[in-house]
Ligand binder design. Structure first.
Ligand code: MG
Length: 203
């Protein structure tokens, strides 16, 4: 499986990063070795001094597809959850300044924790989902999928022009504002509505 991620997909996050708003989705990949499941702890790596959290809505592809139009995109995913796009911000800044790819800063082992999945059929509207991240009991990020610059269907239409989507592939849809640094012993809980879907600690 592959993990497709969208960058800069909320206005306020693009602003806080000092990046211009994209006119097309900003796409990068994480390898399957970055996946962290079952609320396992994340171990801070020794190659970065500034590891950041980015909470994101994650959709799971349920059917093989290529060049999917936005209109039919809802047929291609059946579960959603929350994930953290863990980012070595110092490496990302260095690589971005040099015009190099982001992968080392976002694709390392454990950089893609994902929570338990919820069937789309149990949700009223995937384009109107409240979600938030709490660290040590305090809300640090909070948004709604209606604030996405590119909606889930638009993302699927765009990325499937380039990549065949396969059952089990994940799409991280982008983070809202409020990103920040992770510290040892932080406890992260990500909520979809009032449901905690992801709950893990930093070591
Ligand atoms: Mg992100």
């Amino acid at each position: 499986m592959k993990i497709i991620c969208i960058g800069l997909n909320y206005h306020k996050h693009a602003q806080e990063m000092g990046w211009k708003l994209p006119t097309e989705p900003v796409v990068f990949l994480k390898p399957d070795s970055s996946l962290l499941k079952n609320n396992k702890p994340f171990f801070l790596p020794d190659f970065s001094e500034n590891i950041h959290y980015e909470v994101e809505v994650v959709v799971k592809i349920s059917k093989l597809g290529k060049s999917i139009s936005a209109k039919f995109a809802p047929r291609y995913f059946d579960e959603v959850t929350l994930g953290i796009d863990i980012t070595a911000r110092d490496i990302q800044s260095r690589n971005a300044a040099a015009g190099y790819p982001w992968e080392l800063s976002k694709g390392f082992d454990g950089a893609a924790p994902v929570g338990s999945f919820v069937p789309v059929s149990a949700l009223e509207d995937v384009n109107n989902l409240d979600f938030r991240l709490e660290i040590n009991g305090k809300v640090v990020q909070q948004s709604n999928t209606s604030d996405l610059i590119f909606s889930i269907s638009e993302i699927i239409e765009y990325v499937s022009r380039f990549f065949t989507l396969k059952t089990g592939d994940l799409i991280f849809t982008g983070t809202p504002s409020g990103v920040g640094q992770l510290k040892r012993n932080d406890k992260l809980v990500a909520f979809l509505g009032d449901k905690p879907l992801l709950d893990f600690v930093i070591k």
